[in-house]
Write a protein that binds this ligand. Structure first.
Ligand SMILES: [Zn+2]
Length: 333
């Protein structure tokens, strides 16, 4: 391949797979750099907000990550940063992480996201004031040295220029400022080699493991504070089993259960629920109640596939596979 590695500028790079984007019908190639081990899309091209609006997996409930936000907030709190820390969450979505930080006493919380729907929900559901619809390119120049802590969860792998992205975040931090990133771990097991749909371009333009990420961030002059990949568990193997073969059937079952217990409102997407009004507290209560029968359904299905998922989990563990979540905390020197 003629292409140069977008992470280290070196090579040689060789194609490792081809894929088809079902939204546009366009073909993409994924490549690996022999020099630094980076895995990246050719071309490195972010499809823009219109594409994300069309791609079903980023809509409604799918993009709300309450559980993941709790885990990330737990790691953030363990850092023990002073309460006056100025926080920025890049790609803040509906604002769960910032809301949790706010609850823990961090009052200087800002967020940006390019989706106006997500920012509206961040205001309505998470009660955040200082969140705005903006791209990093528009926001960064006016905010040099403005933050003590910047997080970007599940964002790096979408960037067309990861090196430029990291440099922009660094410039917005004070010296000694802290950067926290998360992304899917490429060292997770793949069922029969079947990668999840979201892991192909133009969703994800790069794939990361802990050593790859560490090399990349160190090359940008950042100092490691913490680099964690999650342990592999039975739930992830279950998600993988039903994710590859029966995703649509499970989604339909979940929708049917929501409708059975809560009627039409139960089956409505999260953003339409918000629009029906009735106060934030009432809405959150309803959403929590709506999750209960779905959780019960999931536990039932997990028990059902246990005879398959358990031996598979043991096999994966024996091969040294890790869980799906990769979290990094690095410091500006
Ligand atoms: Zn490289």
């Amino acid at each position: 391949m003629e292409v140069k590695c977008p992470l280290c500028g070196g090579g040689p790079c060789s194609a490792i797979e081809d894929s088809l984007d079902p939204v546009t019908g366009r073909r993409w190639t994924f490549a690996r750099c022999a020099a630094c081990g980076a895995e990246f899309s050719d071309p490195m091209e972010n499809p823009g907000p219109e594409w994300y609006a069309k791609a079903a997996m980023y809509k409604e409930d799918a993009c709300r990550s309450g559980e993941a936000a709790g885990v990330r907030a737990g790691i953030f709190l363990r850092l023990g940063l002073p309460k006056g820390t100025r926080l920025l969450d890049v790609g803040c979505g509906t604002g769960e992480f910032l809301a949790l930080a706010g609850k823990a006493g961090y009052s200087d919380c800002s967020g940006i996201d390019f989706s106006s729907d997500q920012i509206r929900l961040a205001r309505e559901l998470s009660g955040l004031k200082d969140v705005s619809v903006s791209s990093l390119d528009d926001f960064a120049p006016g905010h040099a040295g403005s933050f003590d802590f910047i997080s970007a969860f599940e964002v790096l792998e979408h960037q067309a220029d990861p090196a430029d992205f990291i440099e922009k975040l660094k410039k917005m931090l004070v010296p000694g400022g802290v950067l926290m990133l998360s992304m899917p771990n490429a060292a997770r097991p793949l069922l029969f080699g079947g990668r999840e749909g979201w892991d192909f371009p133009p969703h994800h333009l790069t794939r990361w493991t802990a050593p790859r990420l560490d090399r990349f961030l160190a090359a940008h002059g950042l100092e490691r504070v913490l680099l964690e990949d999650s342990a592999l568990g039975e739930e992830q193997v279950y998600n993988q089993l039903l994710g590859v073969k029966a995703d649509e059937a499970v989604k339909a079952a979940v929708a049917a259960v929501k409708k059975l217990f809560f009627g039409e409102r139960g089956a409505a997407p999260a953003d339409q629920l918000a629009a029906t009004g009735g106060g934030v507290a009432g809405l959150l209560k309803f959403r929590a109640a709506r999750r209960l029968p779905v959780t019960a359904l999931k536990l039932f299905l997990r028990a059902l596939v246990l005879p398959v998922s358990l031996p598979l989990l043991l096999y994966y563990l024996a091969r040294g596979h890790r869980g799906i979540a990769l979290v990094a905390v690095y410091k500006v020197k």
